[in-house]
Design a protein around this ligand. Sequence first.
Ligand code: SDX
Length: 393
Amino acid sequence: ETGLITLDIGLKNTGATKSKITYLDGNLGQLYYRGYPIEQIAEKSTFTEVMYLLLKSELPTEEQLNKFENDIKKNSLVSEEMKYILKGFPRSAHPMGVLSTLTSALTAFNPHAVNVKSEIDLYNASTLLLGKFPVLCAWTYRLKLGLPLNYSDNSLDYPHNFYQMMFKIPTDKFETDEVIVDAINKLLILHADHEQNCSASTVRMVGSAHTGLFASISAGVSALWGPLHGGANQAVIEMLEMIKDDGGDLQKWVDKAKSKDDSFRLMGFGHRIYRNFDPRAKVIKKVADNVFEKLGIHDETLEIAKKLENVALNDPYFVEKKLYPNVDFYSGIIYRALGIPTEMFTVMFALGRLPGWISQWKEMRLNGEPINRPRQIYVGNHKRDYISISERK
Ligand code: SDX
């Protein structure tokens, strides 16, 4: 402590802003969207209704919800020229890198929606992004497989529409199971916001310079890509597959995660805020059991995950460090059961988190917050004079 600045590397205990959007209690494992407990919201609400709640602070009336839904659907066509950007990528490109680029490119194709001054400007930019983002998400998948790009089907609700854009083959009639649509609805709700996490803080940081909404969200997509953040859902499946291929000795891998001489961590475990269960992980585990039972799927990785959770939760190291499964631990297992490929797991996280990012950005702008500019503790060289190159050793 220098008396000037308290060092808080990683912003572990910094109140960066005041917010009314999401409340977390890490010790009690509580998560509320605008005051509503996540367990009730996940059980009773729809993702579109949750988008409205996060953006407008209140649950919508039927009339408000219908107008909101229509305002989003009106924006579900993406400029055809954006396909040239998409097709400029190799099929090997990670979908999150493609999504971040396409999201930023929305600025060029929608200049009218960039400079927001009023609440109505913000609403229009928000519904434009909410309409186009799921199309871009689905296109990143279609690119990888070299499949024709689907368009939004505005007769469908949000999760169903997204799923058809992901998997519809133009020559065939598209049908899907309500169990799948319900699971996607719940997963999107569970990921919708999480106060000042790394990617939301990134969106606020970039937006505090009065950068446009699309470029700010693009930065959030990049932050979420990291394996310590949203990329963990992909890393969990890769870890479970590795453990399975290695013979399934769970204690061996739990011990490896504890050793300091190794960078291996149990992906999907631990959280900066939750020193108790992540309430979302509990709901996701129930969704997983329901999906597997109703679709009649047996996935060995789900069994390994449950056993691994049990070994870790009874291990003194994990108990002492308060490391519990987080939202990413089970989500990838369900995405895979829904037919979503591993590289698309973090895109699913981004699709869910979009209304949260927009709400955080909107709150920061409407509050007139200043440009974010943290300080530092300087620990480098003291003042010294320049040395000409002939005198350097
Ligand atoms: C998300 O912030 C959010 O809200 C994020 C999120 C959201 O909705 O936006 O909830 C989504 O990002 C969930 C987290 C997904 N990431 C992972 O599952 C990756 C694995 N988890 C860890 O890397 C870690 O737990 C973090 C990144 C989640 C949290 O890191 P912290 O708070 O900086 O904790 P830390 O790295 O300081 O660890 C504290 C101790 C360390 O040991 P010591 O140095 O004190 O001896 O716990 C250990 C760590 O080594 N530890 C782990 C561990 N996580 C922390 N040891 C083994 N396995 C782990 N997973």
